[in-house]
Design a protein around this ligand. Structure first.
Ligand SMILES: [Zn+2]
Length: 295
């Protein structure tokens, strides 16, 4: 069932951009992203306009997906690109919150959102969930992963950004001044954190995904850039606090240009490059009979 609000946060739980620095005090009263806002933000994506590394991610995921799973559900399927890379399997279906994305998906797909998937227990041999979990607030993490495990009879394949610095990805709203992640990311993961979200299941592998070309900015660098009003530009997310898509422009002062140049040089010279994503395959243990049969 689709509801307009993702969920009601626990008392005192800050909203969407909770972990970002530089927020004005009033942002602590802000609301979480609604499903409608997330769906609208997705609607601005140029779906077919993949970068080279996104193409590589899709190719690697297609190769890593268990070949013996005949039925697949892709949660957050977008326009169905991952389903298209999973080979010829008897059943490939998707679900997504964005009507615009579903309209582009060439596979059977329904509108649904975590943590409520409209399928019986154990409906699919493989459930994939790529570039989704990082968009969910803290209070939906455990329930959403439990839902992925519930509808899977055998495998859950997930992929998320690799040790991302959320403050480094922050844009600043031009309307209300709030800082928020430019892609709407609310979570940062490493392998151990990802594994903890699937308790009781066996992690068959957990590995980097994509080319080693991404660098996580150190906290001091991000603080320095923000001190000089240097924020990220672009992305797909709107401001979770006021809904505006307007962003504070890059400052053109000499000092700001110098800081931007120096931090950029340091970033590329001295920060270790890593893969932009991590992927993990979780397997239902043989003793667990709660999973149902494939349709
Ligand atoms: Zn705003």
């Amino acid at each position: 069932m689709i509801t307009e609000q993702v969920s009601t946060p626990p008392q005192g739980e800050p909203a969407g951009a909770a972990r970002l620095e530089g927020q004005p005090a009033q942002s602590r009263r802000a609301q979480p992203y609604s499903l409608r806002q997330v769906a609208d933000d997705y609607g601005r994506l140029a779906w077919s306009d993949n970068t080279e590394k996104e193409e590589r991610r899709l190719r690697e995921l297609g190769e890593l997906a268990p070949a013996d799973a005949t039925t697949v559900l892709d949660v957050g399927c977008g326009d169905g690109q991952l389903l298209g890379r999973l080979g010829d399997r008897p059943l490939r279906i998707g679900c997504d919150i964005s009507p615009g994305a579903l309209a582009l998906c060439p596979f059977p797909a329904v509108r649904a959102a975590l943590p409520d998937l409209p399928f019986p227990d154990g409906s699919f041999e493989l459930v994939t969930c790529v570039e989704v979990l990082e968009h969910l607030p803290d209070w939906l993490q455990v329930a959403s992963c439990a839902e992925l495990m519930r509808v899977s009879a055998r495998y859950v394949l997930v992929a998320v950004p690799n040790q991302e610095s959320l403050p480094a990805g922050a844009a600043k709203c031009g309307a209300c001044g709030a800082a928020y992640h430019k892609w709407g990311h609310l979570q940062s993961y490493n392998g151990p954190r990802l594994r903890r979200l699937f308790p009781g299941w066996t992690c068959r592998w957990c590995r980097p995904l994509g080319p080693r070309d991404t660098r996580t900015a150190p906290a001091w660098m991000t603080r320095l850039r923000h001190a000089f009003a240097i924020w990220q530009q672009g992305g797909s997310a709107s401001c979770p606090h006021c809904g505006s898509c307007e962003q504070v422009a890059m400052p053109s002062t000499l000092a700001a240009r110098a800081v931007r140049k120096l931090t950029s040089v340091y970033h590329h010279q001295f920060v270790r490059a890593q893969s932009p994503w991590i992927a993990a395959l979780f397997v239902r243990p043989p003793s667990d009979v709660s999973g149902g049969q494939s349709p």
